[in-house]
Design a protein around this ligand. Structure first.
Ligand SMILES: [Zn+2]
Length: 348
């Protein structure tokens, strides 16, 4: 039997183990009490309550360990890092990492990129996790190798091996900085190529709907901390309780495919309930946390209207959602991209 993540085992000691139904299929939403979250590397430091230096890979010898954290942690706060970087515990005689990487939740392998040069993520694997009312993704990047038996569609139990930690990327990561780049979040659209074709990128999209542009991450550390503290019953509850940073009204009658994947973030829509706009709430760093149809009009020919914005929650330099032009609030480029992907609209 293959080794499972020691973090998961630590949790098993903390809380009584609840077994998944053997008959659960991927098409069904699992019930909240079945939700299990496991650390994606063998390092037990986080579960033991140790600090960043015990598990985060910093970006250089003279940098702080927080440079491996999520958020505006790079280039003096001007570069966003949409995941966490986790260093290996074990290396071979040539200095190569030999730590396994484990699935953080039960789910389905939905994308594998085996070509290092095709992505800044290098060799990477994406899983989708259909929990009650929400479909999370988790992403494992810079892998040295991917478990040979895995392919798109493989159902993977929580804490099962996905591959080996490494330093693969379209740019150069020194062997000494081998790490797992790990993300958790939501996917915006199932029609990503349509948006991509309208842009003027110099390289093709090799990754279908699993390009990083189409994935919006949350900070994994507070998510794990909240799980450890048993402060949420389901991932949906956690996402719904994220603070709202900006609310916008979008002129569109189209029901985004995001709604079908994440029905818990939407009210039930009646067929007869005519609407002509959507009220959307975005949480930290632009994660969509609530969308509801609206009958309220938008002023003039506006396609998007900012209805409220809380700068006290977050407007960090690396990922501004709203910009303040002499007292006038306007959508940032990033928030425009998210709205374009969600609603299939084009914003100037
Ligand atoms: Zn990273």
């Amino acid at each position: 039997m293959k080794a499972k993540s020691s973090f998961f085992n630590t949790f098993k000691r903390i809380s009584p183990c609840i077994f998944l139904s053997a008959f659960l299929t991927e098409c069904l939403f699992s019930s909240p009490e079945h939700f299990k979250l496991s650390w994606p590397t063998p390092n037990p430091a986080f579960a033991k309550g140790q600090g960043y230096s015990a598990f985060l890979q910093k970006t250089g010898p003279d940098k702080d360990f927080s440079s491996g954290a999520f958020g505006c942690v790079r280039n003096n706060g001007y570069k966003f890092h949409e995941g966490i970087d986790l260093y290996p515990l074990r290396r071979d005689s040539k200095g190569r990492a030999i730590d396994n990487v484990f699935s953080s939740m039960r789910g389905k392998v939905t994308y594998i990129n085996r070509t290092t040069g095709h992505s800044a993520y290098g060799k990477y694997l994406v899983m989708e996790h259909r929990e009650q009312g929400i479909c999370l993704y988790s992403l494992y990047a810079h892998l040295a190798s991917i478990e040979p038996g895995l392919s798109v569609g493989s159902i993977v139990e929580v804490a099962s091996p996905l591959g080996k930690m490494g330093n693969t990327a379209s740019f150069s990561i020194p062997l000494s900085r081998s790490h797992l780049h790990f993300e958790i979040g939501l996917r915006l659209t199932s029609d990503f190529q349509k948006w991509f074709d309208r842009q003027s990128f110099k390289t093709p999209n090799h990754h279908g709907n699993f390009s990083g542009f189409n994935l919006v991450g949350i900070d994994p550390i507070p998510f794990y901390s909240a799980y450890q503290a048993k402060s949420f019953k389901s991932p949906l509850e956690y996402f719904k309780n994220l603070p709202s940073v900006v609310n916008v009204r979008v002129k569109s009658t189209r029901v985004p495919d995001f709604a079908k994947r994440n029905p818990g973030l939407f009210p039930k829509i009646q067929e007869s309930n005519l609407f002509h706009a959507w009220d959307c709430s975005f949480g930290p760093f632009g994660i969509p946390i609530r969308l509801s149809p609206s009958k309220k009009p938008l002023p003039g020919k506006q396609i998007v209207q900012i209805t409220s914005f809380d700068s006290s929650v977050q407007n960090k330099p690396c990922r501004q959602l709203v910009k303040n032009y002499s007292g006038q609030f306007q959508l940032s480029k990033q928030l425009k991209v998210y709205l374009e992907l969600l609603f299939g609209i084009t914003l100037a």
